[in-house]
Design a protein around this ligand. Sequence first.
Ligand SMILES: [Zn+2]
Length: 273
Amino acid sequence: MSAQTEYRYNRLTWPEMNEAIAMQKVVILPTGSTEQHGHHLPLDVDVFLCESICLEAGRRAPDKILVLPPIAYGLNLHHIDFPGTIHIEPEVFIAFCLNITKSVAYHGFKKILLVNGHGSNTPLIDLIARKTVLETGSICGALGYFPLAMDAFNHIKQSEVMAHADEFETSLYLYLAPERVQMDKAVADDDVRGKYVSSDSIYSNPVRFNDYWGRWTRTGVHGDATVASAETGKAIFEAAVTGLIDVAAEWQGWPIAERADQHTGPVQGQIRW
Ligand SMILES: [Zn+2]
């Protein structure tokens, strides 16, 4: 193995890391959660699906991608009524992940991507990416893997709602590890919807709101898991993997321009925010 072919960050030795830095691979941090996913799926859904996509993208494009060990925990207190769910406070999550992106930047990697598999992490990874850009000389972007697969999924989906432990996630899990999916326990469930508000905020409602799941569901499912299939999962997986390789290619080539300071007088460059 060498930096030319190894796509997993922590499988490199430190001399090989210098090669990977010279290649300016895009360093990817997968983020997920350890949270309930209904009666039919294990708690590792978000981190397992997200990491699997990142690793396969890296395996196919080792010249472009280096995948960090994933973050297996996220903002999850709204799921805490379901046994097993682990919650990390948003401030802790942001600080912890920012320490990772800053370490990566310190070593000389200029391009970092946060690839997320847990919806509730979305506002947090946005901030981590922005803080990384503002506090280092590297650039960092954030994305969920879901949008990369939406076109493919929309063509074949059997259900309307895409949210949690639903057709989308169950299909992907069925494709990657069917022996861990208990399809005989799969159900359909929905949240409470008004004109402006929904209790899981996944629609285009103008009000952002996430209620405790213990208030509106007894199953922990949002969407219809019963119509999931490995075939649908394969289409989602392929679209997400090829999409992520495309993103990494664009990000690897993204220019980092010199900043032009327009002040006519001296600035206080020693100020740290
Ligand atoms: Zn999930």
